[in-house]
Write a protein of this length. Structure first.
Lengths: 553, 333
């Protein structure tokens, strides 16, 4: 991909569809646009069917003899279990309102990436097998036989959808192509046709507690290493606790932030915040090595696998006897928590309805899941003046905010992150309205597509997001893209590097702790990244060094 | 590519010929005026009910509304009560706006890649506008037809007629609804044929109802303004149908039977086609559920039992290493 320049990539993007209809245009599986096949070991770890070595580029996918029957049975079963699936198969009028809403269509120009066509790939087989019109009229009614080529086409395009739900915002019936993709992936998993970038993290998470497969002792080592780094830049030693019974709160966040830059700075941010809350207010937050993953790649596999991974959160909270759970910055993790967790693994009646012990705020909106988002938590602390902040320490940054798909369209957390950013940074600029909030564009790598072998797909799909960042870069000199998702923190840096060089990526809690005045800290000259904190504005430090008001305690 | 609309167009022309010839040449008035309409109405009602019942009886395992605005969270953050409805009231307003005003479609934009590259998104109001015009004129036309089936026309329908005919052009006065319906249906058709993207994913099943509705509108307009159908005779026939004493009065032109045949085909076709979006839109789980899943547990009727990897098993796997790292364990070595 590095050999294809941005201008060349964009030049290939042409919205004119081919002359032949989509059913008559064969799909060619192309290098750079797909992720490698699931390794048999990972599929077997979860006891999922048909683990084997196979290669998407081979003619022979080593399918079981009766693969077709398995798929048709699987469809029937899901049509009976999911109203969404049934209705979305039946009522699309092909108005096309969703067509150019998909970042993968915009970035690749491939008409099979229009959400409506992506859904038709499956719908055509549905008509053929389950509707009278399809059975009688065949192709005229938009029906087609399930063949090996059709199956391969499904695989190719259901792993070119990041389940971002942008299309569903615009559909007059709310048809959610992400849901159709999820059904498609469940069906493919019945034949062992997962991608490795999903299957292996899932297996790791199942056995070691996190996607990265970090074992408990290594997890502790990594956080200790962060504590050293924090001591170097701030002069303060933080002491995270692990698997601590009787702590107030269990904290869980994606392991990606423990693993790679710039997510690591966000992880350090959490550690500093918890240290601060411990010394100032005596709040006891513990990390868990068993529940060391907030993310859930099971969501990209099947609802059952999602449940099998998610169950650890409540199990660990129960074992440790905490009051409630605090969740870190992550996108799909919050879709799973908001829309699936309580249904799957609740009710969590062994936990307390979450209350912020420092401010007294009751998190009414989370009274059943008993799980609070750290940005809600921090926003509440800031609102009640419980954090001493010096936003001028972020004066070197001109920040914009990328709404991650899942917190935006599967939760609606839009204003909390903006509130926090504005309280800790003085320079904040929004991207254009059609690219943020509920209309936000995906990073291009969501839903387990953040591998390296599909870089061309990721860079194409990330184009709309990158383009909007470029707009604020040119207009306002933005140099920092803030986000609340660990996958974003892993995938946006290469995306920015490709389309919008000079823009860096950060989590919100990195910004928060840059600004946070930690008791006993040395005079700060550099931030967590070791960068100089330059050109403080005229606002004198006194204004920010005023002690917060304690009256709320 | 054009085979799709050709098939549909040919099908509608064939339907026209069948009805026209059937009445003019074979004198099958009772077939096209009585039997087929009865069968069509039965198919429509039974088909519609079966379809909706089938949807309504299928479980909703997860509450997955698409949240299109700020969630209900901290007391000082203003929630978006309609686009991210926490309460039932909010859901009702959200659904009403969807159904009455096609709110999601109103958000429509078109995307363009310009020099630079600079991607632009421009508000696309035409699909929304013409869809709305199409559906409302269709509704008005349907309601106005009630005068053929009721002995006394209720006052509100008479008022509707007045509004509809306010232009007062010619004799008989032009009814706006029919003209708007035809214009909007032609717009939707042209859009499908001329915009290459839309043409690409359109099926024969998308053109067929449009041609059919255009056929209905054209035959209706013909009767009203050109061939001047015998209204008294028509009312005699329609009243016969609703009072279950069907009979065929003399002197009604063939074009009327064509019109009725088209409508019958539309009715019978309805439950088996995408036109069922009429029923489906009410049941769509991404729109009609409350966005309060963190505060109230949604129940999955088939919540599966799954195999899990427990903490105890995990500790068994890593006990030594955990103790080595100073982590607390449940069972010592
Ligand atoms: C109330 C009874 C309804 C009837 C009889 C009806 C009928 C139709 C028909 C016949 C079409 C075909 C147009 C085509 O094929 O292009 C259509 C299309 C459409 N309908 Fe409805 N509909 C109804 C309700 C709704 C509602 C409640 C909505 C909105 C939520 C809606 C939104 C649409 C849209 C967006 C199209 C697509 C236009 C196109 O195909 O270009 N309809 N409807
Ligand atoms: S917007 Fe909805 S109804 Fe229209 S084509 Fe897309 S999925 Fe179908
Ligand atoms: S969910 Fe997102 S990626 Fe998938 S089809 Fe819709 S817009 Fe495209």
């Amino acid at each position: 991909m590095a050999d294809l320049k941005p201008e060349e990539l964009i030049a290939r993007t042409d919205f004119t569809p081919p002359r032949t209809g989509w059913m008559d245009t064969p799909t060619v599986i192309r290098e750079g646009m797909f992720c490698y096949a699931a390794k048999p070991k990972s599929v077997a770890t979860l006891g999922l069917p048909y683990p084997r070595e196979w290669n998407p580029l081979d003619d022979d996918w080593k399918l079981p003899e009766n693969w077709k029957e398995i798929i048709i049975e699987g469809m029937k079963d899901r049509l009976e279990r999911f109203r969404t699936f049934k209705i979305f198969m039946d009522i699309c009028v092909r108005c096309g309102a969703c067509a150019d809403k998909c970042h993968f269509f915009i970035g690749t120009g491939d008409p099979k990436n229009m959400p409506v066509v992506r859904a038709e790939l499956l719908r055509s087989v549905y008509r053929n097998e389950f509707t009278k019109a399809g059975k009688i009229l065949g192709k005229i009614a938009g029906a087609r036989e399930l063949t090996l080529d059709v199956l391969k086409e499904w695989w190719y395009y259901f792993f070119q959808c990041s389940e971002c739900r942008r299309c569903s915002v615009f559909c007059p019936y709310g048809i959610d192509t992400a849901e159709i993709t999820m059904m498609g992936r469940e069906l493919l998993n019945l034949l062992g046709l997962n991608i490795d970038w999903i299957a292996t993290p899932v297996a790791n998470c199942y056995m070691t507690g996190n996607h990265m497969g970090i074992q408990p002792q290594a997890f502790v080592d990594m956080l200790d290493f962060f504590a050293d780094e924090i001591e170097d830049t701030t002069g303060v030693r933080v002491h995270p606790t692990y698997n601590k019974k009787g702590a107030d709160i269990l904290f869980t966040t994606p392991s990606g932030d423990v693993f790679g830059d710039p997510g690591t700075y966000t992880a350090m941010g959490y550690m500093i915040l918890f240290h601060y809350l411990k010394v100032k207010y005596g709040l006891d937050v513990t990390w868990s090595t068993f529940n060391s993953e907030g993310g859930n790649f099971g969501l990209f596999t099947s609802n059952e696998v999602m449940k099998r991974l998610n169950i650890k959160m409540y199990a660990e909270a129960k074992r440790l006897g905490v009051k409630w759970i605090l969740g870190g910055e992550c996108g799909h993790m919050w879709r799973a928590i908001t829309q699936y967790m309580d249904t799957m693994n609740g009710p969590a009646d062994f936990l307390e309805e979450p209350v912020n012990p420092i401010t007294g705020t009751k998190f009414e909106n989370a009274k059943s899941t008993k799980m609070v988002h750290i940005v809600e938590f921090t926003a509440d602390l800031i609102k009640h003046n419980k954090l001493e902040l010096d936003p001028s320490r972020n004066d070197n940054l001109k920040v914009t905010f990328h709404d991650s798909c899942n917190p935006a369209r599967g939760m609606g957390m839009l204003d909390e992150p903006r509130y926090v950013i504005k309280k800790v940074c003085k320079h904040f600029y929004e991207m254009p309205r059609n690219c943020i909030r509920e209309q936000t564009f995906c990073c291009g790598s969501g839903s387990g597509l953040n591998a390296s072998e599909d870089m061309e797909l990721r860079l194409s799909g990330g184009l709309p997001r990158a383009n909007a960042v470029k707009y604020v870069q040119e207009k306002h000199g933005v140099n920092m893209l803030a986000c609340i998702c660990a996958i974003d923190r892993a995938v946006l840096p290469p995306l920015m590097g490709y389309w919008v060089p000079e823009v860096d990526v950060t989590g919100i809690h990195e910004l928060v702790t840059n600004a946070l005045i930690i008791p006993g800290e040395k005079e700060k000259t550099v931030n967590l990244r070791g960068e100089d904190i330059l050109n403080k504005d005229e606002v004198g430090p006194e204004e920010y060094y005023t002690r917060p008001d304690f009256s709320g305690r | 590519m054009n085979e799709k609309y050709l098939y549909s167009l040919i099908a509608v022309i064939a339907l026209f010929l069948v009805a026209y010839a059937g009445v003019e040449a074979a004198g099958l008035q009772w077939l096209f005026g009585i039997i087929i309409p009865y069968l069509a109405i039965i198919t429509f009602i039974v088909g519609f009910v079966v379809r909706v019942k089938d949807w309504a009886c299928s479980p909703v395992p997860f509450a997955i509304p698409t949240t299109c605005g700020q969630q209900e969270s901290l007391p000082w953050i203003k929630p978006s009560k309609i686009d991210n409805p926490f309460s039932t009231g909010g859901v009702i307003i959200r659904m009403a706006l969807e159904i009455l005003l096609f709110r999601s479609l109103f958000r429509n934009t078109t995307c363009k890649i310009n020099e630079g590259p600079r991607i632009s998104y421009v508000w696309e109001k035409w699909l929304w506008l013409f869809s709305l015009a199409f559906h409302y004129s269709f509704l008005v036309v349907v309601v106005r037809h009630l005068r053929f089936f009721l002995e006394h026309v209720p006052v509100c329908f008479q008022i509707l007629d007045k509004i509809d005919g306010f232009l007062q052009i010619g004799l008989p006065g032009v009814m706006l609804s029919g003209v708007v319906l035809l214009a909007a249906a032609i717009f939707l058709l042209l859009r499908r044929i001329l915009i290459s993207q839309v043409r690409y994913f359109s099926l024969a099943a998308d053109f067929f109802p449009l041609f059919l509705i255009i056929g209905i509108a054209v035959s209706g307009i013909m009767m009203r303004y050109f061939t001047k159908v015998d209204i008294v005779g028509v009312k005699e026939l329609t009243m016969g149908i609703v009072t279950f004493r069907p009979h065929i009065p003399d002197g009604i032109g063939a074009i009327f039977y064509v019109h009725v045949f088209f409508v019958s085909v539309l009715l019978a076709y309805f439950p088996f086609s995408k036109l069922m979006h009429l029923g489906g839109v009410f049941l769509s789980p991404t729109r009609n559920l409350r966005c309060n899943t963190r505060a109230h547990r949604h129940i999955n009727p088939w919540n599966p039992k799954v195999k899990v990897h427990t903490y105890a098993e995990y500790e068994d796997d890593f006990r030594e290493k955990m103790i080595g790292a100073g982590l607390p364990v449940e069972k010592e070595l």
